[in-house]
Design a protein around this ligand. Sequence first.
Ligand code: ASP
Length: 407
Amino acid sequence: MKKKKLNLSAKIFIGMALGIVAGIAFVGHGDFTTAYIKPFGTIYINLLKLLVVPVVFLSITDGVVALQDIKRVGKIGGRTFIYYMCTTAVAVVIGLFFANVFKSTFPLLETAGVEYDAASSNVMETIVNIFPDNIWKAFTNANMLQVIVIALFIGTAILLSGEKGQRIAGLVSDLYEVIMKVMMMIIGLTPIGVFCLMCDVVAVNGPSIIQSLAIVIGVAYAAYIVHVVVVYGASVRFLSGMSLGKFFKGIAPAMICAFTTTSSNATLPLNLECCNKLGANPDVSSFVLPLGATINMDGTAIYMGVTSVFIASCYGIDLTISQMATIVLTATLASIGTAGVSGAGMIMLAMVLESVNVPVAGIALIAGVDKIFDMGRTTLNITGDATCAIYVSKCDAKANAKANAAK
Ligand code: ASP
């Protein structure tokens, strides 16, 4: 399984490299690549877009149902959820901040079109528009925030519907399994899609675009580091009262595993072990960490912030403040829907780009180097889960001590 994934990464990288070489060969013949090579890339993008709605709907519904009894999870679930959402929202803001600081170094593509109008709604309008008035419209327009709201309602209703709900829960989980298989098939086409799109981008814009990729990777890693030092540092030191040296030394094996496997799910067993050794309550960590591997993706959120601004810049789109607010919201929610497997964040990026009318085809610009982004973002994703397990364990211990003292 692991070998197959690595092979795919290598293929994507080769697809990108060949696309660049072919693109350089076609410089000056951009009309030809746009007419005859790019359309195959467009097919790949269409397939990606096709997946976004079902994947988001099913993964979130399934995620809510997986919580089982909402009351039982009660305090721990609530605290964990708030912690996850807050740190993720901060992560997107850090990503957007860094990307905006370095925006002037991002290129403007020749292919940039005026057909993508900036969404001009204000923040209140954005909030109102999250709530759909027509279930089908939400799906057919691929309005992701609305789809998420529907998924949250249906997931909760399934939990509240007893035995009948259980039957639907089984159906949702089976459908999710099937759609994940479709996703794997389409991900398998990435090398071809990347080749076709990259070839056209280089042929039309010239080779200078490659240097820009190195810059955007550097920007993402700078944001990753700031998030670890500032957010996780503060959480471990001040919320959990643990020394940073002890925490990072204890969690290092899981961080290395995440960096190399680029999968939060694959890192989960090691993360559990590291956290328990660091003093987390096993009852708490066995709830907090699997939930985190599914819904808490701070690194992915940073990546989405940085790459949204990068891709928008490439298309000559200047994101407005309300569009940035939409990105914070959608990227936070998209992180819930991102599976803890290699490359999943790139698929969910389509949802964030769609929410602010930035061309999804821009994903091709970064797809060839996605693995490099993924190594850093997965490391952050699991570290964030670990900080939460330590913090919630501490709160839980305090609450237990209080309850015992009261007896
Ligand atoms: N690879 C990431 C993870 O497993 C998800 C992503 O692609 O962003 O945490």
